[in-house]
Design a protein around this ligand. Structure first.
Ligand code: UDX
Length: 442
């Protein structure tokens, strides 16, 4: 099928590429000419495992192209996916101006002679946005244009986007017309995934409800981790014990510094806001946010307690990205921690395998040292903070780290380092929701 994707951000670029990989002809449209040009040259705007190879091979197979020309993409494609940003406004509501602008542009270029078209919203939007998109198209398109609007939310995770897209747990299609539903099912037929066929508004709501539920799961285990710390229990064992109940499941029960990224914080806020607007406020989600913010505060308080005064203390931080396998630092707890440490006068050195450049942009005005090597980062440090769950931190040679550091103290904000190994290497080991471990005195 001929598919147009408007917006080459995370969702647009990865979905467009995977559609091409299963055999569709895909035109990715972006109004940023420099970005389109570098994509044409095979330069990636983001780090995402496996994406570059797929883009290069699909471009050379002639199934994937990049352009700034929205009009000709709409002319030749049966289905137009909107995948533009939906950032949060100050008040937590969702900024839908990009969606509105693209809907208007599509309406302007549609012509009755092109035949039937489907406009699909892929971006995460509050429930009922699809009706607004329909309205814009009806208002501004030429008479006789035949269009259906569909919601097809995306559930990919950064860092594993290609795998998530190629093997989705489910595909949600929200359409109020059978014709649109049937065509959308053809798009997804090569993926062999279960398809959830629903109405437009239910599909929109599924996305906000799913992300908020996952955020709630993380906040729940984080709240439990605080109880564990007080009670001397072990949150990892608690998560194992409750996660073996299939109704609960062990996934997304990792206690840590809280969730970050471009989705959970924004989507929880967006869901709270739309629920209030609709007169059915989701107060529960406010507590989810409160726990998430508190998790970092509690952690910092423990670091402060250990070092007494942070001013002029050398702190090494492993991790800048909001999670492993990405260079994305949006709403990254690691970055928030570094800002706080710098504000309190600590001398910070940081290491991340991929996110150094993106972090440096976010941390402009903050004085810290970025290291190329995770071990060098710990040289002379008085404490090592693990802020992101990269695998290489879990597998670190702790004997080597011990030799480099000035004081043997680790604060593991992601519970990924093996505590007993740390103690064996001579460290005090502090983590989330578990007893602190100390080397024996003999
Ligand atoms: C999320 C959703 O998982 C995905 O379905 C949706 O399409 C976009 O939002 P993403 O933001 O890429 O994906 O990352 P995810 O792997 O979900 O992690 C989000 C945050 O939660 C990270 O900061 C991560 O460190 C944290 N997290 C995740 C935990 O603290 N504990 C967990 O058990 C899982």
């Amino acid at each position: 099928m001929n598919l147009a994707i408007i917006g080459t951000g995370y969702v647009g670029l990865t979905t467009g590429t995977c559609f091409a990989e299963v055999g569709h002809n895909v035109v990715c449209v972006d109004n940023n000419a420099a970005k389109v040009e570098s994509l044409r040259q095979g330069k990636m705007p983001i780090y995402e495992p496996d994406l570059e190879d797929l883009i290069v091979s699909n471009v050379s197979a002639g199934r994937l192209e990049f352009t700034t020309d929205l009009a000709s993409a709409v002319k030749k494609c049966d289905i137009v996916f909107i995948a533009v940003p939906t950032p949060p406004n100050e008040d937590g509501s969702v900024d839908l101006s990009y969606i509105e602008a693209v809907s208007h542009e599509i309406a302007d270029v549609l012509k009755p002679e092109y035949g039937y078209r489907i406009v699909v919203d892929k971006s995460t939007v509050p429930v009922s946005t699809g009706s607004k998109v329909s309205q814009v198209i009806e208002r501004y398109a030429a008479p006789g244009v035949e269009v259906d609007v569909v919601s097809n939310p995306e559930f990919l995770r950064e860092g594993s986007a290609v795998g998530d897209l190629m093997n989705p747990d489910r595909v949600v299609i929200g359409a109020d017309s059978q014709r649109a539903m049937d065509m959308m099912k053809r798009v997804y037929q090569p993926f062999n995934a279960p398809i959830v066929e629903v109405d437009l508004h239910s599909a929109e709501l599924i996305k906000h409800a799913a992300n908020s539920f996952l955020a709630l799961k993380i906040s729940y285990i984080n709240a439990v981790s605080a109880v564990c710390e007080k009670a001397g229990a072990d949150v990892e064992l608690v998560a194992k014990g409750i996660g073996m109940d299939k109704r609960i499941s062990r996934h997304f029960l990792n206690a840590g510094l809280g969730y970050g990224g471009s989705c959970f914080p924004k989507d929880v806020k967006g869901f709270i806001h739309i629920s209030e607007q609709l007169g059915a406020p989701l107060e529960l989600l406010k507590e989810v946010e409160r726990i998430n913010a508190g998790q970092m505060e509690r952690f910092l308080e423990r670091v402060r307690e250990k070092l007494w005064v942070l001013r002029n203390k050398k702190v090494a931080v492993w991790g800048l990205a909001f999670k492993q396998n990405t260079d994305d630092v949006r709403e990254s707890v690691a970055i928030k921690i570094i800002k706080r440490l710098c504000e309190e006068g600590a001398i910070v050195s940081a290491y991340d395998p991929k996110a150094r450049e993106t972090a440096a942009r976010d941390l402009q005005g903050y004085e810290l040292t970025y290291c190329d090597d995770m071990y060098e980062c710990t040289r002379d440090a008085e404490v090592l903070i693990v802020a992101t769950e990269w695998k290489q931190f879990a597998n670190a040679n702790l004997m080597k780290v011990r030799e480099l550091m000035h004081l043997p103290i680790i604060f593991d904000g992601r519970n990924i380092i093996h505590g007993e190994n740390a103690v064996h290497a001579g460290f005090e080991y502090h983590s989330i929701g578990r007893k602190s471990l100390y080397p024996s005195r003999d």
